[in-house]
Design a protein around this ligand. Structure first.
Ligand code: UDP
Length: 553
């Protein structure tokens, strides 16, 4: 094993000398432990102590140098979940001289990314907490390339989705458990510790009830680029490319690309759709499309992604499998089904994903409101929603409740009881919700990525004023188009003008199609107005305001 790492790519004695002389060096980004990623030279790990070790010498560097604040509460979050107290990273310090008394270190020559997976058993967590953040952390640091080594320190086994983690680099990821195999002391020549949180869109409810993150920084563009590369690595060709490459006449290929179909993502152990066959028939009938079912229990993940990547609609009970909607083509619809007494508004990881700007997915939720159509499982273990371990009174209260009240993660028994119900889907009410919720029939053909280019500032803004009478004045504002407009095809260009009387704290906003306008209403003589102008593309792409104009009538 240690040979596998060393591969003669590293001059052992030079590395040992460097470590002894220079010690560990750390330089980090981020002001807070929650937005920090650190880069290390010669960060070591003692498998005996199960601790990372920072070796001090005259030339070691530690930035930020926090002193004891390094433990308040930690240097950084090792997973992408913000400030979770089981996911903190820190290291022990030792003088480099102590190396003389320690086992000979094994050096890892690969550039290494060290992180915690948050919950590698759950597909939503795998994508949202680990794969996307690791993918974009690797994009942030050039030397974390296809040859990078990933090390997962959360301490879990490979888990059911390990093959997906393997797609991130050509090297086998290492688990904490395996680090022992490399000897008592291992030193990472170059490593990064921590994950970017830039791509996460959901918080799971550890400190406040779950919901979309307050400040989402990712758009559909980045999610789709990630999805595209993951598909390439899984050797999945998108439906269109598949058709192009296939045999057959142009017409046949055309047809092949045109075939619209629906996917029902089925769960086979918990949170079942009890009348799946009836649902499938009804959908085929209603939309005149073929309906395929997929399930994680029955197919390879790659074959599921292959099917989903060409689907017009994806139906599924609420659950982690719905994160696969990030592989849906633009213009497709996600239809999420919720069991009885569960409010879709309060559990929205997949709605938030589908609604990211540029994801270009439609989203509809349906909720079972008929108690006779739900099947509860009070006798199951607590983590599958069982409640028989609770006091009789509490059991009765839960059984009678029609809505799970807001709650924190992760062991609320009422929530677990309700979310693990099986559901007989009432077809008429589902079709009704679809009729109302789908603005247009899901359409993959017309869905090109919308432009996201924002206008530049308007140029040469000017104002001219004139006084007509003691109570009448005019204010003419004019400007030139933003510099980038002449390179763009924009459907609709408008301008927004804000006028504020100096000293007042309100302003009048105006939307104008042209590049100048004379205002006379509400304009007083011998008054100073502050005027801001900006450009707007296609109703919602706002540009920056030009420098404020001071206009005196
Ligand atoms: N899962 C599945 N089929 C089932 C139940 C669960 O494939 O019948 C998968 C699910 O997609 C997730 C994992 O098992 O990846 C854990 O499921 P759980 O119900 O605990 O979580 P949830 O789906 O509510 O996030």
């Amino acid at each position: 094993r240690s040979q596998e790492l060393s591969e003669a790519r590293i001059d052992y004695h030079a590395a040992l000398l460097a470590l002894q002389e220079h010690g560990t060096r750390m330089v980090c980004t981020g002001k807070m432990h929650t937005d920090r990623i650190c880069r290390f030279d010669y960060l070591c790990y003692s498998s005996e102590a199960e601790e990372f070790v920072f070796f001090y010498s005259n030339s070691s560097v530690m930035l930020p140098n926090l002193g004891p604040r390094r433990f308040q509460p930690a240097l950084l979050d090792l997973s992408s979940v913000e400030d979770h107290n089981t996911q903190y990273f820190n290291f022990l310090e030792l003088p480099a001289g102590a190396l003389k008394f320690m086992p000979k270190p094994v050096f890892v020559p690969d550039v290494t990314l060290i992180l915690n997976r948050f919950n590698p058993d759950n597909l939503m967590h795998v994508f949202h907490d680990d794969l996307l953040p690791a993918f974009y952390t690797m994009k942030q640091y050039l030397d974390l390339d296809d040859e990078a080594r990933l090390v997962f320190m959360e301490g879990w086994g490979e888990g059911p989705y390990f093959d997906l983690y393997r797609l991130l680099s050509s090297k086998q990821p290492l688990l904490k458990e395996q680090l022992k195999n490399f000897g008592k002391l291992m030193c990472f020549t170059k490593s990064y510790v921590g994950l970017s949180k830039m791509t996460t869109w959901y918080q799971y409810g550890f400190v406040q009830p779950q919901g979309p993150k307050a400040n989402i920084l990712v758009s559909g563009n980045e999610v789709r680029q990630f999805a595209k590369i993951m598909m390439e690595k899984m050797n999945i060709t998108g439906p269109e490319e598949a058709a192009k490459e296939g045999e057959g006449t142009e017409e046949e290929k055309e047809k092949e690309t045109r075939e619209d179909y629906i996917v029902v993502f089925s769960r086979s152990t918990t949170r079942l759709i009890l009348n799946e066959a009836e649902l499938i028939m009804a959908l085929a009938q209603e939309f005149q499309m073929r309906v395929f079912t997929v399930s994680l229990e029955e197919q390879s993940f790659a074959s599921i992604v292959q099917v989903i990547s060409g689907a017009s609609m994806l139906f599924s009970m609420h659950g982690a499998q719905l994160v696969t909607s990030l592989f849906l083509p633009r213009g497709a619809a996600v239809v999420e089904l919720f069991p009885y007494a569960v409010n879709p508004e309060q559990y929205s990881p997949y709605k938030t994903l589908a609604s990211l700007p540029g994801m270009d997915l439609q989203y509809v939720s349906w909720r079972n409101t008929m108690e006779e159509n739900t099947v509860t499982h009070p006798d199951r273990p607590w983590d599958q929603g069982g409640i028989v371990h609770l006091e009789k009174e509490e059991q009765e209260r839960i059984q009678a409740s029609k809505d799970v009240p807001r709650h924190l993660c992760c062991r609320n028994p009422e929530w677990l009881f309700r979310i693990y119900q099986d559901t007989l889907v009432d077809i008429p009410s589902l079709l009704e919700v679809l009729k109302e919720g789908l603005k247009t029939r899901p359409n993959l053909k017309k869905s090109k990525a919308a432009s996201t280019v924002h206008p530049g500032r308007v140029r040469e803004p000017q104002c001219q004023t004139s006084v007509q009478a003691t109570n009448e004045a005019k204010l003419t504002v004019s400007w030139q188009i933003p510099w980038n407009l002449k390179f763009l095809k924009v459907r609709e260009v408008k301008y927004e003008v804000w006028i504020q009387e100096q000293g007042e704290n309100t302003y009048m906003p105006y939307i104008l199609p042209q590049q100048n306008y004379t205002f006379s209403e509400n304009i007083k003589p011998f008054t100073t107005y502050l005027v801001w102008v900006r450009c707007i593309f296609n109703k919602n792409l706002l540009g920056p305001f030009a420098d404020v104009l001071m206009c005196r009538t």
